[in-house]
Ligand binder design. Structure first.
Ligand code: TMP
Length: 211
């Protein structure tokens, strides 16, 4: 059976991932590929309902362990109904956040035990791992400033304070350093076109894509 490719975008708040997901998808589609763009938490009807629960309300509405379980409930549904079927038919799946966000937000910044997160990865991901992960990196103050500009109801994580977001940035960079074959760090401070070029260089170089 054909196997597609799975690309994830990761990083802190206000890094500009969503715009770049769309730009990469357009470029891959122009090369004649089937491309599925999706996001977490969410991406399937059930997972979108969980997203509403977990991203709205006060910062202390859920503990980091409860968040971890909600994120994994959403992720499992998303994998079963959207990601795994798309990969099985040979599509390219581009996902705005995935398992590294749980490691960084709930684990690195939220102090959830790494053993619990590893166990969930082992039992719940069902062997679905990204071929490439783009870690968008930028200074915390720049990211939070951008996130506040587009602020809506989904503010639970943006409102957690600068120290949380500094730990988060470190956690993402640690993941990238630990898995350099899978992860590329993208400097997200530049203009959109410069970031798009960096994303494309990483995709083309690591996944041997032409056009
Ligand atoms: P976003 O759509 O702006 O990326 O918002 C999703 C929020 O959810 C963001 O603040 C990060 C958070 N999140 C986690 O804390 N853990 C996770 O596993 C995922 C996927 C997202």
């Amino acid at each position: 059976m054909a196997r597609g490719r799975f690309i994830t975008f990761e990083g802190g708040e206000g890094a500009g991932k969503s715009t770049q997901v769309q730009r990469l998808a357009a470029r891959l589609k122009a090369g004649g590929r089937e491309v599925v763009t999706t996001r977490e938490p969410g991406g399937s009807p059930g997972a979108e309902s969980i997203r509403d629960l977990v991203l709205r309300g006060s910062a202390d509405r859920w503990s980091p362990v409860t968040e971890t379980l909600l994120m994994y409930a959403a992720r499992r549904d998303h994998i079963e109904r959207v990601i795994a079927p798309a990969l099985a038919r040979g599509a390219w799946v581009i996902c705005d956040r995935f398992a590294d966000s749980t490691r960084a937000y709930q684990g690195g910044a939220g102090d959830v035990d790494a053993g619990l997160i590893t166990a969930l990865e082992t039992h719940i991901l069902d062997g679905v791992h990204p071929n490439l992960t783009l870690v968008f990196d930028l200074p915390v103050d720049v990211g939070l400033e951008r996130a506040h500009v587009r602020a809506g109801a989904e503010m639970r994580f943006e409102s957690k304070g600068a120290a949380f977001h500094e730990r988060l940035r470190k956690a993402f960079l640690a993941i990238a350093a630990r898995e350099p074959d899978r992860c590329a760090v993208i400097d997200a401070t530049g203009a959109m076109d410069a970031v798009e070029a960096a994303v494309w260089a990483a995709v083309a170089g690591r996944l041997a894509v032409h056009g």
